[in-house]
Design a protein around this ligand. Structure first.
Ligand code: FE
Length: 299
């Protein structure tokens, strides 16, 4: 028989005190959040009859997750990062915002401050003998007018599925650039075709996925922040057509409208053409990306 005490006045008062409710110090918003975490955790423990062993295994798991810097990876893998996109979509719909390139997850591997290039850029440093890739397109408004001076902030993995900065074998900002669109709103990048990748096989995220009977693989993809004065910031990525994990992405990032067609050119070169379409900003803060902590980002 289930024993439940979490709703008793005594336990509720105890959690309120633990969350600092009633004192005049600290952060009221955080108190509210912590109180809810305590209340919901207690309900979960009761409803699922969580054993002490399971509870302390979970605590140890959180320690391992942090020690490997994989909390962001787990949020992608469990779908909570995609849920935030779905929630933003629903809020947009309710507010009457529509159209433009869909958003999708940022993931945990952005590095701020990539070199800024005018119109076009070479993304790779030439040390990885991957398949050459031309990546190009336009940044447009909803009415199709080209956006001059938009910033295309692009990052992707190498042929090993690894990202510079997080992979110390790559040069600084390898496969990362910011490109300012030209007078026709165009951007052009020369690079190498990225590989898909998986969670570290010995890490806590993959250990969790194993317990869920799931793989930890992503299709080959290219990440973008797209921004322009007067337009809503867009966080998105294009996932490359033909990848076996295109619609089986452990991070749930592939969406309709975000599949990049891969065109084979002569000489083993491939071309990916992708246009981005931005919604107008209603509020000044709409032009900015989230304040999520990121590598090498000031503040
Ligand atoms: Fe990625």
């Amino acid at each position: 028989m289930t024993v439940a005490i979490s709703h008793s006045p005594e336990v509720q008062a105890f959690f309120a005190k633990a969350a600092g409710i009633g004192n005049d110090q600290g952060n009221p918003r955080l108190k509210q959040i912590v109180l809810r975490i305590l209340q919901d955790s207690a309900r979960l423990i009761e409803d699922l009859a969580i054993s002490d062993d399971e509870f302390w295994q979970a605590v140890d798991y959180l320690n391992r997750l942090g020690s490997r810097n994989e909390a962001g990876l787990l949020m992608a893998g469990l779908g909570l990062e995609h849920f935030l996109d779905l929630l933003s979509d629903a809020r947009d719909s309710q507010a009457g915002y529509s159209g433009g390139t869909p958003r999708t997850i940022e993931g945990p591997l952005y590095v701020a401050g990539a070199p800024l290039c005018e119109g076009e850029a070479q993304l790779d440093d030439g040390r990885d003998t991957g398949q050459p890739m031309l990546l190009e397109g336009q940044v447009l408004g909803l009415d199709g007018q080209p956006l001059v001076g938009a910033i295309v902030d692009v990052w992707h993995a190498n042929t090993q599925g690894l990202y510079s900065y997080f992979d110390s074998n790559q040069s600084a900002y390898n496969l990362r650039r910011r490109i300012r669109t030209d007078a026709q709103g165009r951007y052009r990048a020369r690079s190498i075709v990225p590989s898909g990748y998986g969670c570290p096989t010995d890490g806590p995220t993959q250990a969790c996925l194993d317990q869920l009977g799931r793989h930890g693989q992503r299709p080959a993809h290219i990440h973008f922040f797209i921004s322009a004065p007067g337009y809503r910031h867009l966080t998105t990525q294009i996932n490359l057509a033909g990848d076996e994990y295109l619609w089986d992405d452990f991070a749930h990032a592939t969406r309709d409208g975000l599949v990049g067609e891969v065109e084979q050119l002569e000489g083993g070169v491939v071309r990916v053409v992708f246009n981005f379409c931005l919604q107008p900003a209603v509020h000044a803060e709409d032009e900015q990306r989230s304040q999520r902590p990121r590598a090498l980002q000031a503040g």
